[in-house]
Design a protein around this ligand. Structure first.
Ligand SMILES: [Fe+2]
Ligand SMILES: [Fe+2]
Length: 283
């Protein structure tokens, strides 16, 4: 058998790849070859990544400038699927970055995040197929430019990354999918709804991975997970919930009933506090 290749330059190449065909293919090949023992954890300098590789299109705009359309037309459905495809494209990068950046973590961490990167690549491919069926492609609509921000903000600490990316951003995805599936079913787009069902199932696994590593890291540092999580939400000014919580998916992903109830209360209290302080500022 030939000598294993150096893992970190291979991950970096996928992370910085700006081609929408090559990046998902590289992410999936990385995971296969890592599992087959084709890589040694070696090589490559570590540095902050202000922006991973991305194609010239979609045009990146402020989140508030991404147009929202009704789902009655193919264009409206394509715009929605495009927004999700953009999240998946960024999710490939977020997962690759976790496997690349946090080098003191054990091999099981690399297993998990390369698996997530490969699954995010599959999600991106599934959504590209749905876009093509509607006569569109990734890049046809503007997209928002904020998804990488959390990677930059949490690049210094793996515990913070696990708290705020899988346990907040990906967990919000669990909440967001069922209402979208219902809206797609109402307009008869059952193929797109079926793709989202596949994605939701695998996203539960991603959040579970985040929960596992977050609690493992809290244990190792002698920290209380709930207190630590709440304090990070406040410190980074992160909203835990946007809309209704998907309790069953979050429970399947390893959150406990107790924790979800506490977090719901905490979110409501924080929202009231933010609203009150905005009101006071206005006055
Ligand atoms: Fe995904
Ligand atoms: Fe994910």
């Amino acid at each position: 058998m030939s000598d294993p290749l150096s893992l970190y330059p291979a991950i970096e190449a996928a992370l910085m790849c700006d081609c929408i065909v090559a990046k998902p293919a590289q992410a999936q090949a990385l995971y296969r070859q890592w599992l087959a023992g084709g890589y040694a954890r070696a090589g490559g300098a570590l540095y902050p990544v202000p922006a991973p590789g991305r194609p010239a299109r979609p045009l990146l705009v402020a989140a508030t400038d991404v147009p929202r359309r009704g789902l009655g037309s193919a264009e409206g459905r394509a715009a929605l699927l495009h927004a999700i495809a953009h999240i998946e494209f960024n999710a490939i990068n977020l997962a690759l970055d976790a496997a690349w950046r946090f080098r003191a973590m054990p091999d099981a961490f690399v297993d998990d995040w390369l698996r997530v990167a490969a699954e995010e690549a599959q999600h991106f491919l599934l959504l590209q197929q749905r876009l093509a069926a509607l006569g569109y492609a990734y890049g046809d609509f503007p997209a928002h430019n904020t998804l990488w921000d959390m990677a930059v903000q949490t690049g210094h600490d793996v515990l913070t990354r696990m708290a705020l990316v899988p346990r907040v951003m990906e967990a919000r995805g669990l909440d967001a999918v069922p209402p979208i599936q219902r809206r797609l079913a109402i307009v008869g787009d059952h193929d797109s709804a079926a793709v989202l069902a596949t994605i939701l199932q695998e996203e539960v696994g991603h959040v579970r991975i985040g929960n596992y590593w977050f609690t493992t890291l809290c244990d190792a540092r002698g920290l209380d997970p709930l207190e630590t999580f709440r304090s990070l939400l406040g410190q980074y000014q992160v909203a835990l919930l946007r809309g209704e919580m998907n309790r069953s998916a979050r429970l399947a992903a390893g959150f406990t009933e107790f924790e979800l109830s506490m977090l719901e209360d905490f979110s409501v209290t924080r929202q009231r506090t933010v609203t009150r302080s905005k009101h006071e500022q206005a006055v």
